[in-house]
Design a protein around this ligand. Structure first.
Ligand code: NAP
Length: 366
């Protein structure tokens, strides 16, 4: 049955099944959002990159790999985006795919601009042609505030981006505003402050710390090297933030919203808390100039009162609970893996960590 007939049949039966397309469904937010929308009864489609080894571990980890429809698409290629829209025929599009790591954006500024900035416009152009009634969510970022000096940021705080990533996100932010004003598209920016989970990518500092501390605790590593420990961030729990994305798209009118916890903690506090959870001395954590960024944002803290008032969203998980959850999950994964249990997981296949595992297994088999 084609899409049109499928929708017609369901409508005749009085059943409304909403269809959502998530770009970047393989990322941290992508999988939590997919899980959330499935629970709400949506038919969920998601784009992934056609790589030699597609990044499906998170979908398996949450046990939703078989429950979503995956469509290969590269956000640098308008044709594949158009095909994804035709195949999914969605009412809602959540645009999460991006080169999302600030550090990498200094090494790859052009690629970051193309994916994180222009990618959004390619998608909006295709939406405008395919169905301008689609509701569109853009994953904007607190990094757009950069070196702006106000201690607490909200939707009217000026932006002063301080990395190629943040500049690309700001370009996208304004294009979303433009498509809303000029073409009447229901396009919303969620300006999200950092949100973490055990499914965070290994390159991000929270997961570097939770995974690093777990390895030290198990005797798999001697130390962990980090960069600037003084930078402060507003860290929330990712599954709560994806619910906020959905709430934004249920509003009659599109708008821009900050999601944050309105608390900030330094990377040093993160390290102290993580070491406490694992019971290892803080002296095992070292700093290295190699891990410093050319230009670092010192302090980010967000005021989510507009989201609380207008869409009824507020964060629940506190910083200490979040750190505990991440450290305990990484310790448990390493323990299970070393006992020979097999499951989908990123650390087991990443360069440095896969070597640790190979060495351990080799020692065990001797
Ligand atoms: P993430 O885990 O890094 O996921 C990024 C996603 O983008 C992955 O699915 C990745 O695919 C995909 N992607 C990368 N390049 C692509 C390309 N050329 N074409 C198509 N897809 C591509 O990021 P996240 O934490 O889930 O964040 C989701 C979005 O929110 C991102 O746009 C991020 O910048 C933004 N954001 C995140 C935070 C946060 O704290 N997490 C805060 C503010 C804003 P692969 O799996 O194949 O790599």
């Amino acid at each position: 049955m084609n899409n049109f007939l499928f929708i017609k049949t369901i409508k005749q039966a009085g059943i409304i099944i909403k269809r959502a397309l998530i770009t970047g469904i393989t990322g941290q937010d992508g999988v939590y959002l997919a899980q959330f929308l499935l629970k709400k009864g949506y038919k969920v489609f998601g784009t992934y990159r056609r790589l030699s080894t597609p990044n499906f571990w998170r979908l398996h980890y949450l046990n939703i790999f078989d429950k979503v429809t995956l469509i290969p698409a590269d956000i640098r290629d308008s044709r594949s985006i158009s095909e994804a829209l035709i195949k999914s025929n969605p009412e809602e599009v959540y645009h999460l795919s991006a080169q999302s790591y600030v550090g990498v954006s200094f090494d790859q500024p052009i690629q970051t601009g193309d994916i994180t900035g222009f990618g959004v416009v390619r998608l909006l152009e295709e939406i405008k042609k395919f169905n301008d009634k689609i509701r569109f969510y853009q994953a904007s970022s607190s990094e757009m505030y950069g070196h702006e000096q106000s201690p607490i940021k909200n939707e009217v705080t000026p932006f002063k981006p301080s990395s190629p990533y943040a500049v690309a996100k700001l370009y996208a932010y304004w294009m979303v505003n433009l498509y809303r004003e000029a073409y009447g598209i229901h396009a919303t920016n969620g300006i999200l402050f950092n949100h973490e989970s055990p499914l965070r990518g290994l390159e991000f500092v929270t997961r570097r710390v939770s995974n690093g501390v777990a390895k030290i605790w198990l005797g798999l590593a001697k130390e962990l090297k980090l960069g600037n420990l003084n930078a402060k961030r507003d860290w929330g729990y990712a599954p709560e933030y994806v619910e906020g994305m959905w709430k934004m798209l249920q509003q009659k009118k599109p708008d821009d919203y900050v999601l944050a916890t309105n608390e900030s903690h330094s990377i040093k506090e993160l390290v102290v808390e993580a070491c406490k959870v694992a019971g290892i001395p803080i002296s095992k954590i070292k700093t290295s100039k190699d891990h410093f960024r050319p230009f670092d944002v010192q302090h980010l803290q967000g005021d989510y009162s507009k989201a609380r008032k207008k869409i009824g969203w507020k964060p629940k998980t506190k910083f200490k609970k979040l750190v505990k959850m991440m450290v305990e999950e990484d310790i448990s994964r390493w323990e299970r893996w070393l006992k020979g249990e097999y499951f989908f997981w990123d650390a087991a296949t990443s360069g440095e960590d896969s070597q640790i595992i190979a060495k351990k297994i080799h020692q065990k088999n001797k």
